[in-house]
Structure formats: C-alpha cells, structure tokens
Write a protein that binds this ligand. Structure first.
Ligand code: SF4
Length: 405
C-alpha cells in the first residue's frame, strides 16, 4: 500500500523565508480554492487505482491546510474518504498553523479519522515571529496546543526553527523549554534556510551589501551556498557555528527529556515516530496529490504542476497534471543512492538485508569505495545488519552523503 499525501497550496499570508509553493489567501482570487478542489477531485478519481488495497497513512500538508474554510475542509475530507480506503487506526496527519485553528475545524478532522496534528510553532518569541513574517503570535500557538488537546489529539508534533534573525542561544533554549512544557509527542527542529527570491533573502543580502559598502577591507566569507557570513559583529542571522551549537544543545536536551532522535531533524517519544515520513525515508511508495504533489510508485516518480489554474484545467480536459519533466523512471543506481541518503538520516540507518532484497546487491560491494574512504574516520558504523551514520555528524552529513550519488 502506498502512503497518501495531499498538498494544500494555500496560506493566510506568505512567511518572509518561505520558498514553498503556496498562495497567500489575502491576495488570491476568490475562485482559486474551488478550482483547486475541483481539480483535486478529478485527480483522486484518476489515481484511486494506484491504491486498490487502501493507503498505509495519510498526510495533509501545505501550505496551511487549516487555512481552508470549514466547509472546504469538510469537502476535502469527504473526497479523500470517497476515493481512498483510509485505515482509521493508521497514522493520519494534518498540518496547521496557529491563528487558523478552530474547535469546529479540529472536530471535523477528528471525526474524519485524523489522529495526528503537526503545528507550525517555530518559536514562542513574538519578536522573532515578526522578524520572519509569521502571521501568528506566540499566544495563538499556546492556545492552539490547548485546543488540540481538548479536542482529543494525543499525538501532536510541534515544528520549531533555529537560526532565526537575531535569535540567540537563550531565546532558542526558552522556546525548546516551553515546547517541552506542553509534553508534545513529537518535535521537528529545522534550521532557517535563506531561499533565493524570498523577502528575507533579499533583506539579508541588502544588509550584507550595505555592510560591505560601509566597512572597507572586511573579509566577506561564504560558508555555505545560502548563508553568507560577514566577519564583523552585529550579524543579524546566526552563522553556521551558532546554528550548529543550537542544534547540538537541543539534541542533548531532548535526549534528557527521553525523546528518541530518530531522524536528523525529528525527535519522538517512544512509539510516536512519524510513520508517514519513515515510509519516505525507508524508500516505500507514495502518492502525492494536488498542485506540486510528488509521487513515486514502483520506481517511477513524477511531480504535479504547481500552478493551481493550470493544474485544474489540465485535469478538467482529461490530461495528466504532471509537470514538464514528466514521469521519470528511476534507474537502479538512483534508487540505491536515494535509499542511502535518506536511510542514513535515520538513527536506525540502512537495513543491509532489505537493501539486498530490493536491489539484488550488497551495499558493501556497491559502495565499497566510499566506505573505504571513510573507514578510519569514525563516520559509518555497521551494527546488527544496519549501516548507520555516527550521530556526531548528522548536522553536517549532507556533504558526506552526496558521495553516494
Ligand atoms: S505557513 Fe508554512 S508554507 Fe505557509 S508561507 Fe509560512 S512557511 Fe510557507
């Protein structure tokens, strides 16, 4: 059974750092959501054949799914149930943001079999929320958590961000401590990425250029592709070293609080790991519906076109809404590399037996060169039929993992 992802490409307003495809409802034409739902219904009708036995889990993400009006949310849930067989005992998640969550919406979701909620808190500091253009306050996040509990959600994830403009270690620690005080079942911690084309990126680069003009002879370093660092005091975005310290501190703190660090950015109380995402990381099949949705079934991957009107009109005219790259049959080599890159982000690592069963080769033979190169560096470990990455390197693992491509 594949897992099912449904993408809701709408948010109340865009956050300043966001490079995802989503429409700000403040500026969108009124008919856009109905066009979206019309297109989605046709896509569900076409795609239900891909999950004849039902779906292993559901994840409704975005965007901000809870920015839909009550009646649109109800229609969405009804459509999902009409086309796909959901297991109400499986993990069925909805994402949402503070300020868009009401008792009526949560009750509708609970009634429709949603049993996990992922809330975009990011920080409990109002100044920092404002600095990145989030549309909600810390108090609204607290209220949303309270409402989730009173409507019966006993599996909650809180998304938190580090590396925000002017965030120091103390404000980061305060946010993590406050999050822990609500006893969430799951926490996802993400470092801020400066995405080209976003308002935050433009502001940051302008600030950087102004400084460059003002301070003659100061060396401007670029530590990473998207995070140039200026070697003077008063940087307004934490540099890579401080971000790494924030991450390391949180890893230790969450370990003390008995969370398992089961994936680079994800932490769970025992038994509350996100099964839907574990499926991606373990290389299982998934179906992604809606504009921008990505699917991968039997080693064929495709991505839907992002623009809502084009998505809807393609479906309306009986065409596939797949983007210009079209469906791509992944080579064995690509599938193996992906299994390594995603699997090594997991604490459990890559299962040697399963790799052999799925690809007909032993990963120790295929990747002999890479493994040899790092043999004496304490980076990879073979344990109980798994290949694992030493957790010490998880924050900087990307460059190492690229060697499997
Ligand atoms: S709420 Fe999420 S998806 Fe929407 S604009 Fe903000 S970061 Fe992007």
């Amino acid at each position: 059974m594949p897992s099912l992802y449904v993408h809701i490409p709408f948010c109340v307003q865009k956050c300043d750092y966001c490079g995802f495809y989503s429409h700000s409802l403040v500026n969108s034409p009124k008919d856009l959501i109905s066009l979206y739902l019309e297109g989605l219904e046709v896509e569900m009708e076409k795609r239900k054949k891909d999950a004849p036995q039902g779906v292993s889990s559901l994840f409704i993400g975005g965007g901000t799914p809870t920015s839909l009006k009550d009646r649109d949310l109800e229609r969405l849930m009804e459509m999902i149930h009409r086309h796909f067989s959901l297991n109400v005992k499986a993990e069925n998640t909805v994402e949402g943001n503070p300020g868009t969550i009401t008792d009526a919406k949560l009750t509708c979701l609970r009634r429709s079999g949603i049993n996990r909620f992922s809330l975009g808190v990011q920080t409990f500091n109002d100044k920092l929320l404002k600095a990145v253009g989030r549309m909600h306050t810390a108090q609204e996040a607290r209220e949303a958590i309270g409402l989730l509990r009173t409507t019966g959600f006993n599996n909650i994830n809180l998304d938190l961000m580090f590396g925000l403009p002017e965030q120091d270690m103390v404000t980061w620690q305060e946010t993590v401590e406050e999050a822990l005080s609500y006893s969430p079942e799951h926490l996802s911690l993400y470092g801020l990425m400066l995405e080209e084309g976003t308002p935050l990126y433009e502001r940051y680069n302008k600030g950087l250029n102004d400084k460059r003009d003002r301070i003659e002879g100061v060396k401007i370093e670029s530590k990473s592709r998207c995070r140039p660092t200026i070697a003077v005091q008063g940087d307004w975005i934490p540099d890579d070293d401080l971000q790494a310290e924030m991450y390391d501190w949180a890893v230790e703190r969450l370990k003390q609080a008995k969370f398992s660090h089961y994936e680079t950015s994800n932490f769970a109380r025992p038994g509350y790991e996100c099964l839907h995402n574990l499926g991606y990381w373990r290389g299982e099949d998934y179906l992604g519906l809606g504009p921008g949705g990505v699917s991968c079934l039997k080693r064929v991957r495709w991505k839907n076109i992002e623009e809502v009107r084009t998505y809807q009109s393609r479906l309306h005219n009986g065409q596939d809404p797949v983007d210009e790259a079209g469906p791509e049959a992944l080579s064995l080599h690509e599938c193996m590399a992906e299994r390594m890159i995603l699997g090594l982000r997991l604490e459990e690592g890559v299962n040697l037996d399963l790799f052999r069963k799925d690809f007909g080769v032993d990963l120790r033979d295929i990747y002999r060169d890479v493994l040899e190169r790092y043999k004496n560096k304490d980076i990879f470990m073979f344990e109980d039929e798994y290949l694992r990455l030493n957790p010490k390197y998880s924050f900087v693992a990307n460059s190492i993992l690229q060697e499997f491509v």
